[in-house]
Design a protein around this ligand. Structure first.
Ligand code: GLY
Length: 384
């Protein structure tokens, strides 16, 4: 399915990855990391941080590494995360649209490995909560809960395309189409309201919560309204690809291709990905997470097209794989700490353009970089 040179790259990366992660996991396995400080992972296991949306990704890394190596240490670390996240299931205020990010790489990944009832129960509770966020009139899944003094009841965000696979999974295991119907309705709304003519995507759209009408696009984690937040674009291209994978609706394939083509057209010659494709020219802030997520989405899109062509070659598919490899090689050669001096892998990750801090390490950058390597090795535990 992959070119020889891409498999060779992935094998080399996996060797370095295993060497590093054996050491890092041994010293961090009881944590739920978000980022490093002076090379050492922090820990979001405590009551104040357990609800943070990124808390599933360390579990996801552990499941991928367990799948690759069979080493118990990784499975044990993944199970610890899953148990800790039970606290969140009981906290209405912490449960938001990011349930997919929390529970697909943890409870659902565990269920995929051994079909145990406890993990299935966790996944279904999370899916039911996610489905309950659906605004029937506007046909969208509400994003965040209320905090501060901004009214977010009508906010939907492009990131949520990546949470829909929790609903697809729930319909599959319950043989009840309700969850999938909600996922498809949200994806249809996203396609109409978020994707612009050129394939770029809004981050946030605000809907009237009573009439369901689109009121406005709102500036989010990118530069501003009308800009092009690179991680949001990566969520769009991977998210629409996954909706296509689950439902085979050609509308989602078209949306995935439009998002991907736009992303590819913006990749700088030098390789690293900025925080926003439309940030001011004198701003050099990067976001390696966007590169890693986009690479995963592009590989998955490549796989869909190859499968649709009966495992045959198509020029379109090749274009997506080549772009993914450019992103991954850039990360490997320029933005990766392969030694054990840091617990994290990727450097220059940025959570949001207007945050005070930019270009640090972030757990989901590492997760998606590992997922991309696993895809190329054909050893991935499929999470989405
Ligand atoms: N909410 C997901 C992100 O920051 O990309």
């Amino acid at each position: 399915m992959y070119r020889e040179m891409d498999r060779t790259w992935a094998q080399g990366a996996a060797k370095k990855l295993i060497e590093k992660m054996q050491v890092v996991t041994a010293r961090s396995k009881e944590k739920i990391p978000y980022r490093t400080q002076d090379g050492v992972f922090d820990d979001c296991s405590d009551d104040a941080h357990i609800g943070w949306w990124t808390n599933g990704f360390w579990g996801g890394e552990m499941w991928q590494l367990y799948h690759l190596t069979g080493e118990e240490m990784y499975r044990e670390a993944a199970l610890l995360v899953e148990e800790k996240l039970d606290a969140v299931l009981l906290r209405y205020q912490d449960m938001d649209h990011d349930s997919g990010f929390r529970y697909l790489p943890t409870a659902v990944a565990h269920w995929r490995v051994d079909h145990n009832e406890a993990s299935k129960n966790r996944g279904l509770l999370a899916a039911a909560n996610l489905a309950g966020r659906f605004n029937l009139q506007g046909q969208f899944i509400r994003a965040w809960n209320d905090f501060g003094n901004i009214d977010r009841r009508g906010f939907a965000i492009i990131d949520c395309m990546m949470n829909l696979p929790l609903l697809y999974w729930a319909s599959e295991v319950t043989e009840d189409p309700r969850f999938e119907m909600i996922a498809r309705a949200h994806a249809n709304t996203c396609k109409k309201a978020f994707l612009r003519e050129d394939g770029s995507a809004h981050h946030i759209v605000n809907f009237d919560i009573a009439t369901g009408d689109m009121k406005e696009a709102v500036g989010g984690q990118g530069y501003g309204v009308g800009s092009s937040w690179t991680r949001g674009q990566a969520w769009a291209l991977y998210g629409f690809t996954l909706s296509y994978l689950h439902g085979k609706d050609p509308e989602y394939l078209a949306a995935a291709k439009a998002s991907a083509d736009y992303f590819i057209s913006c990749i700088p010659e030098s390789g690293p990905i900025p925080v926003d494709f439309r940030q001011p020219r004198d701003v050099t802030w990067e976001d390696s997470t966007a590169a890693a997520i986009a690479a995963c989405g592009l590989i998955e899109l490549y796989r869909c097209l190859i499968k649709d062509a009966g495992e045959g070659w198509t020029p379109d598919a090749e274009k997506y794989l080549s772009a993914a490899m450019k992103l991954l090689r850039t990360l490997d050669e320029q933005r990766c700490i392969w030694g054990t001096e840091s617990d994290a892998l990727l450097t220059k990750c940025t959570a949001a353009y207007h945050d005070a801090e930019h270009e640090f390490t972030i757990i989901y950058g590492d997760y998606f970089f590992i997922e991309a390597i696993m895809k190329l090795l054909e050893k991935e535990l499929f999470i989405w």
